[in-house]
Design a protein around this ligand. Sequence first.
Ligand code: ARG
Length: 450
Amino acid sequence: MWKGRFSKATADLVQQYGESISYDWRLYKHDIAGSIAHARAQVKAGILTQDEFNQIESGLRSIEIDIDAGKFDFSIELEDIHMNIESELTTRIGAAGGKLHTARSRNDQVATDTRLYCREEIDALTVQIKELQGSLLKKAEQYADALIPGYTHLQRGQPVTVGHHLLAYVEMFARDIDRLADARKRVNVSPLGSGALAGSTINLDRQQIADELGFDRVTTNSMDAISDRDYIMELLFDFALVGTHLSRISEDLILWCSAEFGFATLSDAHTTGSSLMPQKKNPDVCEITRGKTGRLYGNLISLLTAAKGLPLTYNRDLQEDKEPLFDSIDTLKIALAVNTEMIADMTVNVDTCLEAASDPMLLATDLADYLVKNGVPFRSAHELVGQAVAVAVESKTPLDKIDLSKISEHYGADASAVFNLETALKARTNPGAPSIANVKSEVARWKKTL
Ligand code: ARG
């Protein structure tokens, strides 16, 4: 389709090297929608007759139906989805097909298609992230009052509830959804009409095209419009961060499902066995998710790197945007789906969690707070409780069984009441803290939001 000035056929290896049809075929619906909008604007500009438009539209629709049905032969000689469709259109309808590319380049075409594709996938992924949040929320509700140690440095810190722990992930995914919504604003802009890099002498109504395709506005610099891939990089970052969050849940669940923790059990449907060790029940889904996250990061780095040295405007390097984008979207979709299912089927072993949370050491900070309430400065209180902890460790005695009055006169007879787990949790009433009442009201708030 660009052979006018060439006298030799493209080498086979060059075709193989440069083709993108093997993966960009998935833009076909967007390519067709873009072409129809473009053709309608051509009618308005007097470039096409209504009859020619009708032929183009029905030709493109018939191609769409064939691709939907898997009955379309893509050819690598035609490089990409844009030329495959245009060439087939001309085969089907004749001369009118040859007019479609007026005032358009594959540069603004591919940018348009990719933006439409991204918009659709942002919306689909948002739904999926919400479903995952729904799964986490149900578990958070079920285990709103199940006590569990909260950790820092993977050392037991203070008591929280399973509900509070799971709602932390609901928060992370809410930020992910926000980020996608924000990125969508920059995605949903129409580059069509920017041409190869400098617009066209034939001016089509860009706003009309944008409106037909559901874009919020048109781009305002033709050179930027065709070479901009920021929106893809931004999305790849957003996807990578969703991956980070999924990977952190995975790591929590891997720990929780170990014999050492024993806090949770995943269903048989979401675990796998060992071909050698008959007793094994492995959290492979979690491990795969943790592993796939590396791939999401890789895709981001690939595109950032491909774009960093490019002079304006379009360079063929930019064709390298699509595989990482598609791969991240495919990876994330299945990761979200399987995690949503797995979490919905997970059982928390409430008794084991409670036993771990009942370690009186978890209330050492509360004991310091008790001293503070009796007028001891926090630093001194910390030191005094530290001494009690040392005695407990040394004498292998639980912290709540130490004779505190021997350590400081600031401990009254009521000091041992600090070690009541229920009252300790109840006291954590500030916004964001894990009192059971708070966790329940957060569950209610999220239920409304979702
Ligand atoms: N397949 C190409 C891509 O994805 C389409 C744009 C080609 N433009 C060009 N000037 N060769 O980037």
